[in-house]
Design a protein around this ligand. Structure first.
Ligand code: GLN
Length: 487
């Protein structure tokens, strides 16, 4: 097997024994990028100079007998909304095209401290608003399984980079599905951790009550490894939770006998779920049953309100978070003549925000305005509580819930571009999880028409270890995770 095809664990083994150097792993990533990146278009910025320098430093340390973390020398791609000291961070937007942060996001620093080597920054929908990377101001990423299809979004660049072997692992962010849906569409494992599990210091905010950072990896074990690197309380982020971080990798074993699984009825049998995807999930349920999990149907009566609820709360929060990009405090400033400061704000913003971002700012401002706050925003907050209560009730009886991650496999580039509702329906199964603040992961469970399908496992707050456990047992009893796209 070639280096670029390996999982982080496989690479770590060779790095540890010295059979492979960090410099070789980095070289393998850039060789792969040279060969295929013009077709995949996963990266917005590549950082080879810094990467090779770090790799050589790690190799020197290892040669001198230093004990290094297991992740030392593993290539990682970082979504371009994670601040990187001295390296452009665009958030997929013209408004931040020239933004070079003076500091690292906590997750970037933690990966670096663990010896992981950043290969570059990945493409994304502008400000993480989208499900396909088609809202990026710079480029559209191709799905490595079929380059005419989208890789999902908004973390589509991160997903495509890992699926194509350009980086061994990646981080993304997930506000309504942006890690899990691209993981599903690209045949990867993706985790949206519990709200508060991972520090968001240095993450460019979209909707602050929903955003979480998490891993995109080739298999469950790699995802557990990356969770161990990034999780835990951070004094720089007041919303990061002071709860113990379990040993995610050490806890992996394949005995899941006697666990109780709930089939989230509305999210599997509801409208819009492709019948072939549904059948694939039903087979995964059978497989898990054969491993000893007992399943029952669970009603999620408020799930159907998730999408409208999300599309009030997320725009409301984004309208506030994006107010800072005015050409003075942050971001692009117009060169046009202006009459006063408000004219400067307006012209700068109109020139550099894309249409989806502008639409959401307008919607968010509307639902927060004095006359409509109670009717929309406050109502959505109440509905959010009801959605969360569906999960709370379910977790009284079940260890985890299951449904598809995405209602369909990857769709063609352009197919949903003119149909915003169809695009938003791509997140119908993932959005309830963010509204409830719970953890969920997507794990590959089959193919439809040659394209990957992912199943979503959802759990109680801070039960990522239990979800990884179920996913690991399933994965070890199947071979979906060993398939690689033939680019
Ligand atoms: N696709 C959803 C949206 O457009 C979710 C995006 C995300 O999770 N960042 O808002």
């Amino acid at each position: 097997m070639e280096l670029h095809e390996m999982t982080a664990w496989e690479l770590a083994g060779y790095l540890h024994t010295g059979e492979v150097s960090a410099e070789q792993t980095v070289q393998a990533s850039y060789d792969r990028i040279d060969a295929i990146e013009d077709k995949v278009r996963a990266f917005l910025t590549l950082t080879p100079e810094i990467a090779f320098e770090q790799a050589r430093h790690i190799d020197d340390l290892r040669a001198s007998g230093e004990q290094l973390p297991v992740t030392a020398g593993i290539p990682i791609a970082q979504k371009d909304l994670l601040c990187t000291d001295g390296i452009p961070t665009t958030c997929g937007s013209k408004i931040l095209e020239n933004f070079v942060p003076p500091y690292n996001a906590t997750v970037i620093q933690r990966c670096r401290d663990a010896g992981m080597i950043m290969i570059g920054k990945t493409n994304m929908d502008e400000f993480a608003m989208g499900s396909s990377t088609e809202n990026s101001a710079f480029q559209i990423t191709g799905n490595p399984w079929d380059l005419d299809c989208v890789p999902g979004g908004s973390s589509g660049g991160s997903a495509a980079a890992v699926a194509a072997g350009e980086a061994t692992t990646a981080l993304g962010s997930d506000t309504g599905g942006s890690i899990r849906q691209p993981a599903s569409l690209c045949g990867l494992v993706g985790i949206k951790p519990t709200y508060g599990r991972v520090s968001r210091y240095g993450l460019i905010a979209y909707a602050s009550s929903l955003d979480q950072i998490g891993p995109l990896c080739k298999d469950v074990r790699d995802a557990a490894l990356l969770m161990s690197v990034i999780s835990g309380r951070d004094s720089m982020d007041a919303t990061s939770a002071d709860v113990p971080v379990p040993d995610f990798t050490g806890a992996l074993h394949t005995d899941i006998k006697g666990l109780k699984g709930g089939i989230a009825h509305e999210l599997l049998y509801g409208e819009g779920i492709d019948p072939a995807v549904r059948e694939t999930i039903e087979r995964a349920v059978e497989q898990l049953s054969s491993l000893g999990v007992e399943f029952e149907d669970v009603a999620m009566p408020h799930a159907e309100y998730s999408l409208p609820c999300y599309y009030i709360i997320a725009p409301a929060e984004c309208s506030s978070n994006l107010a800072r990009y005015d050409g003075v405090r942050y971001g692009h400033r117009t060169d046009e003549p202006t009459t006063d400061i408000y004219d400067l704000f307006a012209k700068s913003r109109a020139e550099a925000f894309g249409p989806e971002v502008r639409l959401r700012i307008i919607k968010g401002t509307y639902v927060l305005s004095a006359g409509y706050y109670d009717a929309y925003y406050l109502k959505a907050l109440k509905v959010r509580t009801l959605i969360k209560s569906d999960f709370d009730k379910a977790f009284e009886n079940y260890d985890f819930l299951i449904c598809p991650t995405s209602p369909t496999v990857a769709f063609k580039i352009g197919e949903k571009a003119d149909d915003p509702l169809a695009m938003k329906l791509a997140d119908i199964c993932t959005i309830p999880v963010n509204l409830a603040g719970i953890p969920a992961l997507s794990v590959p469970c089959g193919f439809v028409d040659g394209l990957p399908v992912g199943m979503q496992l959802m759990g109680k707050p801070f039960s990522e270890d239990a979800l990884l456990q179920v996913a690991y047992a399933y994965e070890q009893s199947t071979d979906w995770h060993t398939r690689r796209p033939s680019l």
